[in-house]
Design a binder for this molecule. Structure first.
Ligand SMILES: Cc1cc2nc3c(=O)[nH]c(=O)nc-3n(C[C@H](O)[C@H](O)[C@H](O)COP(=O)(O)OP(=O)(O)OC[C@H]3O[C@@H](n4cnc5c(N)ncnc54)[C@H](O)[C@@H]3O)c2cc1C
Length: 477
């Protein structure tokens, strides 16, 4: 078995070179600020050996035959795609949001497919590099990130047209033993507590843009890498402990200040024609994953909305029941799009399966467009208390605690503690700094809705639909 424990993972982090910056200071990876985020990743290690999850959380390596974490696996079948999506929904429900390790798995799959396609087209040797990296990744149960999104500068300009050419990450030097890269990747979830960074291009590239067509993997503490972070977690509790408040996440602007990457860790370098294929394929895998994680978020919003209504004594109010039905429709349509993308998935020349682009993008689009609507339903049902609930310390102050417990009561058969717990959860989940980050993640993570729309339109046979109507209307050209 090639499985690590959460403690082994956390212990390894303490041995890494400090290059993480939070709030103006450089921290080590055992800093308490990172602990909620590290707890989320520890949960993925625990899930691999927990009988409740292990069947879906583990896979068999096609390279070594060993049992590995599914987060280090590449999809060898339609079944693999389906299990990944299901696992994502199940694990996200348990941590109350993003499970985070999926990003690197999506990057691995994308790089695995495209490194082979480049070799097929150009006679290069990138896929061997990938397979060696994958074996190391699986054997060591590595935690990776996906560093795709460039900072991008002026959005109306291509990489080679930017005033500062580093605004998209690029190769600045090619040496006999490797390459030197410079630039920065934005919004990199998990990077500050990942072992490895997996870097890939963010967009289509033109022939002037060979230097920007680069994909590679390096340890996250490689010299020249700087991880400038924002950490976020639900508010910490003093006594009213709850599982949700033990987890969190962090992301970084990941700066590559002339970073050396040895050739054996390079998976693309200069093949601009395949830049779009890799960028879109990672997006395809990640949007397929969203068809698992986003329904989990809707599950939580739905459960909270139903409980709020029940505790408030309006569980049977018809307008609230209607809105909860709408949440059910959104959750299951997004999930169904992921299933469709899996079932219509196809093997690539590498043997790795890719999900159907149209359905994974349709699912992700639907999820992104509805996220604020879903929070709106929950907020409307909650009333104002998630915004104004007094801090936990007031509930612990004997002078005023009695009043708070008396006046927070709703239905007499629901204790004040349960009401307190529910409203504090909803406040932490939605009406907090952490909630705000997750709302933006719901819109933009995996690609903003407009990007899915563009992708869908580019791959949709609209002409066939026009011909259909011409036929029905008796129009001949
Ligand atoms: C919480 C969170 C976690 C994330 N995690 C990761 C991660 O781990 N790894 C990673 O690589 N990325 C990650 N992302 C990045 C995510 O994929 C991007 O936010 C998303 O692709 C949008 O890019 P952007 O933020 O640069 O916004 P922009 O590109 O600035 O887009 C904003 C809007 O500008 C408009 N726009 C942009 N460009 C154009 C154009 N050329 N023409 C016309 N209109 C345009 C569109 O309307 C678009 O919706 C994460 C994002 C969030 C919010």
């Amino acid at each position: 078995m090639a499985l690590r424990t959460g403690d082994q993972y956390a212990e390894k982090l303490t041995k890494m070179q400090p290059n993480v910056y939070v709030g103006g200071r450089k921290i080590t990876r055992d800093d308490e600020l990172l602990q909620p985020a590290i707890n989320t990743i520890k949960f993925t290690f625990a899930a691999a050996t927990d009988p409740e999850f292990s069947e879906m959380a583990c896979a068999k390596s096609h390279l070594t035959g060993e049992t590995i974490s599914r987060f280090t696996h590449v999809h060898r079948s339609i079944e693999d795609l389906m299990v990944k999506q299901e696992m994502t929904r199940v694990l996200c429900r348990k941590v109350g949001g993003c499970i985070q390790r999926c990003m690197a798995a999506d990057a691995l799959n994308g790089v695995g497919v495209v490194s082979k396609e480049i070799d097929d087209a150009k006679g290069t040797n990138y896929h061997d590099n990938f397979l060696k990296f994958l074996e190391y990744y699986q054997k060591n149960d590595v935690v990776g990130n996906a560093a795709q999104t460039d900072v991008k500068g002026d959005r109306s300009k291509r990489p080679h047209q930017q005033e500062d050419l580093d605004l998209y990450l690029r190769v600045v030097e090619r040496k006999s033993d490797g390459i030197v890269v410079r630039g920065a990747k934005a919004h990199n979830t998990i990077a500050p507590y990942a072992d490895e960074l997996i870097v890939l291009p963010t967009r289509n590239l033109t022939k002037e843009e060979g230097d920007w067509a680069v994909a590679f993997a390096i340890p996250a503490d490689t010299e020249g890498v700087k991880l400038i972070c924002r950490v976020s977690a639900p508010r910490q509790r003093r006594e009213l402990k709850a599982p949700f408040n033990t987890y969190g996440m962090a992301d970084s602007m990941t700066v590559f200040d002339d970073v050396f990457v040895p050739w054996e860790r390079v998976f693309m370098c200069g093949e601009w024609e395949l830049g779009a294929r890799l960028a879109l394929l990672f997006a395809n895998y990640h949007r397929h994953t969203y068809c698992g994680c986003k329904p989990a978020v809707t599950d939580i919003i739905m459960g909270a909305t139903a409980l709020l209504a029940e505790y408030n004594g309006v569980g049977n109010a018809s307008h609230i029941r209607e809105e909860i039905s709408e949440l059910m429709v959104i959750a299951e349509l997004v999930f169904a799009a992921g299933i469709a993308a899996s079932v219509k998935g196809k093997a690539t020349s590498s043997g790795i399966y890719e999900p159907d682009f149209l359905y994974s993008n349709t699912g992700r689009y639907l999820a992104g467009k509805n996220i604020y609507h879903e929070y709106d339903i929950m907020a409307a049902t909650a009333g104002g208390l998630p915004a104004t609930i007094p801090p936990e310390d007031d509930f612990l102050n004997p002078e005023i605690s009695e009043y708070l417990h008396k006046y927070i009561m709703r239905k007499p058969d629901v204790s004040s503690e349960k009401v307190h717990r529910l409203f504090r959860f909803v406040s932490d989940f939605s009406c907090s700094a952490f909630g705000g980050v997750n709302q933006y993640a719901g819109v933009h993570g995996g690609g903003s809705p407009i990007m899915e729309k563009i992708g869908i339109r580019a791959n949709y046979d609209l002409e066939a639909r026009k011909d259909m109507v011409k036929y029905l209307a008796g129009i001949t050209d």
